[in-house]
Write a protein of this length. Structure first.
Length: 208
């Protein structure tokens, strides 16, 4: 059997070196390239035709979600396994909806990376039980709209209703209505709890 051709994508050189070391120990793996951002990942995937891409999600120039969607669209035979430090259900859902065949947390890699690459290459989907449970726990809840996420991200930056209204070009009353909907959908008591829950789930990020 030919080796499994793997493309490694992560913006941290130390992380890439560690992952490359793990992969090189496997006689049935062949590391065909490394990339430090999503743009280079897409380019190398087109040039070198890997079987599996290990894709970090948070990177400069082009994030992992965008890179996954482009690879899935242009190279449907290439299977992508998402790697992340984020365990929020929103992060997991975005990666899977973009076309990833699996999702691993980086602190799981030592024990699960090799078997996950083989499983994804074989056509299986990989999602550890903890992450699957987290995804399922919120799968039937109403989703926030893009505008609600925008409002909540501005609130997380410390902006009051009037400042949020100016940022989005709407009235303070509209912002209040968005916040009421957000609080209801997330099942929390107030805007502070809404921000806390949204950050934990990966719906928003500080600095967004």
């Amino acid at each position: 059997m030919p080796p499994i051709r793997v493309l490694l994508v992560d913006d941290h050189p130390v992380v890439r070196a560690g992952l490359a070391s793990v992969l090189s120990e496997q006689s049935d793996f062949q590391l065909v390239g490394e990339a430090e951002d999503g743009e280079r990942a897409v380019r190398l995937a087109r040039e070198r035709h890997p079987d599996v891409v290990l894709m970090d999600l948070r990177m400069p120039r082009m994030d992992g979600i965008t890179a996954i969607s482009r690879i899935a669209r242009d190279l449907p035979r290439v299977r992508v396994l998402a790697l992340s430090t984020y365990d929020g259900d929103a992060d997991i859902r975005r990666a899977l909806e973009a076309g990833a065949r699996g999702y691993l947390l980086k602190d799981m890699l030592l024990t699960q990376l090799v078997s996950a690459v083989r499983a994804v290459h074989a056509g299986e989907r990989v999602l550890p039980c903890l992450l699957a449970e987290r995804l399922l726990a919120h799968s039937f809840e109403p989703e926030l709209t893009d505008r609600e996420i925008e409002v909540l991200a501005l609130v997380a930056r410390g902006l009051g209703n009037k400042d949020v209204a100016r940022q989005i070009g709407r009235s303070s009353e509209t912002v209040k209505a968005h916040l009421k909907s957000i609080v209801t959908k997330l099942g929390v008591a107030n805007r502070t709890e809404a921000v806390t829950v949204a950050l934990a789930r990966g719906l928003i990020r500080l600095g967004q």
